[in-house]
Design a protein. Structure first.
Length: 157
C-alpha cells in the first residue's frame, strides 16, 4: 500500500487553467489608461514646476512649449533642455493628448527669474492674466493642469 502525498498532474493543470482565466479577466478590466493619464498629467505638472524652478535658480527665462502630443523645456537662448527621459522632448503615451489651451495663446508658459508666468517669449512680455488650463485626455477621461497668474502655482485636477 502506497501513501502518496501531493497533487496529480490533472489537478495541477486544472489549477493553472483556473488561475489563467482569472488573470486574463482581471487584465482585460484593468484601468491602465486611466492610471497612465493621471501619471502623465502629474509628470507634465512636475515639468512645469521644474521649468519655473530653473528660471528662478538661474535668474533667466525658461519656457515650456506644448503641442498636442509632446512638450519641451527651452532656455532663454532657445536651446532645449534635456529632460529626465534623456531627450529634449517629452512625448505623451499613446492615446493621451493635450487639448485646447485656455489663456495660453502661444501654447507656452514662460517663467522669469522670479517665477512669474508669461504667455509669450517677449521681454518683459505679457504676464499670465488669469488661470491657464491645460487639459489632458484619454479614453473619455480628462485631467486639467492649472497654472495661476503671478505665483505660477501648478495644480492637477
Amino acid at each position: 500500500m502506497r501513501n502518496s502525498a501531493g497533487f496529480t498532474l490533472i489537478e495541477l493543470m486544472v489549477t493553472i487553467i483556473i488561475i489563467s482565466i482569472l488573470a486574463a479577466t482581471v487584465l482585460l478590466q484593468w484601468p491602465g489608461s486611466t492610471i497612465n493619464l493621471r501619471e502623465q498629467a502629474e509628470q507634465l505638472a512636475d515639468d512645469i514646476r521644474y521649468t519655473q524652478s530653473l528660471a528662478m535658480t538661474k535668474g533667466q527665462r525658461y519656457r515650456i512649449v506644448l503641442s498636442s502630443a509632446s512638450y519641451q523645456i527651452i532656455n532663454s537662448s532657445g536651446s532645449a533642455v534635456t529632460l529626465m527621459n534623456g531627450s529634449t522632448t517629452m512625448t505623451l503615451n499613446s492615446g493621451i493628448t493635450i487639448g485646447a489651451l485656455t489663456n495660453l495663446p502661444n501654447s507656452l508658459i514662460n517663467f522669469d527669474g522670479r517665477g512669474t508666468p508669461y504667455t509669450d517669449t517677449a521681454s518683459p512680455g505679457t504676464a499670465l492674466a488669469s488661470t491657464a488650463s491645460i487639459p489632458m485626455s484619454a479614453n473619455g477621461e480628462t485631467h486639467t493642469i492649472s497654472v495661476t497668474p503671478q505665483t505660477g502655482r501648478v495644480v492637477v485636477q
